[in-house]
Design a protein around this ligand. Structure first.
Ligand SMILES: *Cc1c(COP(=O)(O)O)cnc(C)c1O
Length: 383
């Protein structure tokens, strides 16, 4: 099965992705290789020379992610990074130079947008335009790199990757898609025309809230070489233990994202009936403004549900009344987490905005806990 996984279903591919062919008396996934220098007899040229350049534990993980981002494509290159931001920065900073233009989503993950100042200090022009309604289309004239994040974090707007990629390519720009929220089982940006698909593996890809990781995937060997050189020169490399844990976690990716998507939809549907909940967003909800585009390009809609409660105090009462769900930033873990996003500043969200990440617990328990906490926060039950 390993070696030719592309014709199989998502669960089968998740379980087997990147694992070497079964060999007598060997584990199915070789353990992490802890190494800085490899034995280099004579003038040996590779493939493993120095630990900042290559590691066999990364190689297995990178093959696995490649089989999920671009099933059956032997020409895809995946490069693992120390975190999602290391991957974001690798693409942004390795692909543009002074005098060029980068188009970012105005509602992207806020740390991605915080690279704007750095880019501008290097003489790169940065433009911002919204994800919703393919708002970036109107701003891509002259751009060298168009950055998409869909669904966006935390607002959950969606853009049409194929439409934007076609327009960007016609205008001579490269296209990168941050695929963190969807995971490669939720959407495949390279198949939709993107030059780069990249993500934080810290979130749903690995899903256990116990490591940081990032990756960049591309089908273009020249682009891949630029990102590889960037990784080597800035040294933003994952530890072998994190890379191995990430690969081990991929075996349950399909199980987790299926359950999370079903639970997120159940929660969103339950929230529809609550009068104090406004601006409810989840791309899988048929009534969501983003649903038509999401349904056309996504295969699973992710774990995040966002909504707004009347004010900060109401939101804080809600969060502290939750029992199944704990307060944390990040998303995509096996356990439910939620946060009042405005606590951080940096996102254009109201004070009562909640980003809720649904785990793999039982939907009935999640929904009952949320409805009870909403009642308590509204004062319907003595607190
Ligand atoms: C979290 C996140 C990142 C950064 O990932 P880290 O692993 O925390 O560095 C990048 N993009 C998006 C959309 C994210 O949600």
């Amino acid at each position: 099965m390993p070696g030719e996984p592309s014709g199989y279903g998502d669960s089968t591919r998740s379980v087997h992705a990147g694992r070497p062919p079964a060999a007598a008396y060997q584990p199915s996934l070789p353990g992490p290789v802890f190494v800085s220098h490899y034995h280099l007899p004579g003038e040996a040229a590779g493939p493993y020379r120095y630990g900042r350049d290559e590691n066999p534990t990364w190689t297995h993980l990178e093959r696995a992610i490649g089989e999920l981002e671009a099933p059956g494509d032997p020409d895809v290159t995946v490069l693992a990074f120390a975190s999602g931001m290391a991957a974001v920065a690798a693409v942004l900073l390795s692909q543009v130079r002074a005098g060029q233009i980068v188009l970012l989503p105005s509602d992207s993950y806020q740390t991605t947008r915080s690279l704007r100042e750095r880019l501008e200090s290097y003489g790169v022009e940065v433009r911002l335009a919204p994800t919703a309604g393919d708002g970036q289309l109107a701003a891509l004239e002259g751009a060298r790199l168009v950055w998409l994040e869909t669904p966006s974090n935390p607002g959950l707007d969606v853009c049409d990757i194929r439409r934007l990629a076609d327009a960007a390519h016609a205008a001579g720009a490269l296209v990168a898609v941050d695929n963190t929220l969807a995971t490669p089982l939720g959407q495949r940006p390279l198949d939709l025309g993107a030059d780069f698909s990249l993500a934080s593996g810290t979130k749903a890809l690995t899903g256990h809230g116990d490591l940081l990781l990032g990756y960049v995937a591309t089908r273009d060997a020249t682009l891949a070489a630029g990102v590889r050189t960037w990784r080597k020169t800035v040294g933003a490399i994952p530890g072998p233990m994190e890379a191995w844990l990430a690969h081990r976690s991929l075996a349950t990716l399909a199980l987790r994202v299926d359950r999370q998507a079903a639970n997120a939809l159940a929660l969103a549907e339950a929230l529809l009936a609550r009068p104090e909940v406004v601006d409810l967003r989840h791309p899988g909800l048929p009534s969501d403004a983003a649903h038509p585009v999401a349904a056309a390009q996504m295969r699973r809609f992710g774990s995040v549900v966002s909504f707004t409660l009347p004010d900060q105090a109401h939101a804080e009462r809600f969060l502290s009344a939750l029992r199944v769900t704990t307060e944390a930033t990040s998303f995509g873990s096996v356990q439910c987490t939620a946060e009042r996003r405005a606590r951080w500043g940096g996102d254009a969200v109201p004070p009562g905005f909640i980003r809720f990440s649904v785990g793999v617990e039982d939907a009935d328990d999640i929904v009952a806990d949320v409805l009870r906490a909403l009642d308590e926060a509204a004062g319907a039950v003595g607190v």
